[in-house]
Ligand binder design. Structure first.
Ligand code: PLP
Length: 384
């Protein structure tokens, strides 16, 4: 048997599994470890969501209202709510262009089944590694275009080159930088003029303040060149429940038709209680709850930034993110710095090198924690 040799091109461990191993090693030490490494939420599901899920489970326990396989594209009740929400975001997306998913991570690689092999793929980096690794595994040619402090981690297109696919994430994980309307317009025009398709990762769109495009489809021409994937993981606390959605526009060649065909052989849908839980948030009260939660995490980020400022550490000062992306203070590698930080103050940070090209020299702190732990972490950072 010949295995996929592209595995050899990946790091031995996925970055966040590596962090988990480091935490396990220190778990029995005297000082409690504060994990600001892996961006997993810590606050529980909203009561509004859990009551909808419980009601859905009750329905499934009755013969009259029992349901089997869900539609693989997702229930219309949820897709219609999402489509209506797109209108509020200044975009026109039809329920038939929306596909309910078990989250965004898999989608970053799954979409590749729409296209031929040996693709030239551009990643704006540093970036969340899942999409790049999926491309590497398939043998695609991955190129990185690194942002930096000077361009606020929003690079301009390489106008002298062309690519088949371009991955953009806004607000970006890990940097927190968000694309303005104008930034996105430049990239969409570049994609349209070179024939590229943009894979737009909006996993953190709920964190964008007013004035920033919440969806790529708020920009003219995007439906002709972009697939968007979104997630309920961070906004609804669904990292464990698993639900999100992907938009494959009908104006994107045959992609919408082909994606439906793909679902037929690859996906049996997301559970009914999960979809009812997600649906429950699309009301005035639900949206207000989400906003409050997002602001809570963003305030956590501000607290961490104050501690970093007091230590004279540079950070990317954005207001769109549950993460703080900061500069390693000296010439050591981000991995060594994070190891030292864990050993000295028992706070886990993610080394920037885990976010691929352009990430070395930085580290990321997650603000997805309780206020108590964030305050404790901020105090410990002051003793670094
Ligand atoms: N995209 C980005 C940029 C992320 O940071 C993450 C998770 O951290 C994901 C996608 C995956 O999200 P999900 O939990 O929906 O799979």
């Amino acid at each position: 048997m010949k295995f996929n040799e592209n595995f050899l091109k990946l790091e031995e461990n996925y970055i966040f599994n590596d962090l988990k191993l480091q935490i396990q090693e220190l778990e029995n030490s005297d000082t409690e470890i504060i994990d600001l490494g892996i961006g997993d939420v810590k606050l529980p599901l909203f009561p509004l969501v859990t009551s909808a899920m419980k009601k859905a489970c009750d329905e499934l326990s009755e013969k009259k209202t029992f349901l089997g396989y869900p539609p693989s594209q997702g229930y219309l009740f949820l897709r219609e709510k999402i489509a209506r929400n797109y209108l509020d975001e200044g975009a026109c997306v039809d329920a038939d262009e929306i596909f309910i998913t078990d989250g965004a991570k898999g989608q970053l690689g799954n979409v590749l089944e729409l296209f031929s092999n040996n693709l030239k793929v551009l990643f704006l980096s540093p970036c969340y590694p899942a999409g790049a690794e999926a491309n590497i595994l398939l043998g695609n040619k991955v190129t990185f275009l690194s942002g930096n402090k000077e361009n606020s981690f929003i690079p301009n297109p390489p106008f002298d080159k062309s690519f088949d696919l371009i991955y953009i994430c806004s607000p970006n994980n890990p940097t927190g930088s968000a694309f303005s309307h104008n930034d996105l317009k430049i990239w969409i025009n570049y994609a349209l003029s070179t024939g590229a398709i943009i894979i737009y990762d909006g996993a953190y769109s709920a964190f964008l303040p007013d004035g920033y495009p919440k969806t790529v489809y708020a920009i003219k021409g995007a439906k002709n060149c972009a697939i968007e994937t979104r997630s309920f993981s961070k906004s609804l606390g669904f990292t464990g429940v698993r639900c999100g959605f992907t938009v494959v526009p009908k104006d994107l060649g045959d992609c919408n038709k082909l994606w439906k065909r793909r679902l037929g052989c690859r996906f049996n849908g997301v559970s009914y209680p999960t979809q009812r839980g997600a649906e429950a948030i699309f009301c005035k009260e639900g949206k207000a709850e989400v906003k409050k939660r997002i602001n809570f995490y963003k305030t956590n980020a501000e607290i961490l930034k104050i501690a970093l400022k007091n230590k004279n550490l540079w950070y990317n000062n954005t207001v769109s993110s549950p993460y703080v992306f900061a500069k390693v203070p000296n010439a050591e590698t981000s991995r060594d710095f994070c190891k030292k930080m864990l050993a000295k103050i028992r706070v886990v940070a993610t080394p920037g090198s885990g976010f691929l090209q352009g990430g070395e020299g930085y580290f990321r702190l997650s603000a997805f924690e309780t206020r108590k732990k964030i305050l404790e972490a901020a105090d410990r950072i002051l003793t670094l």
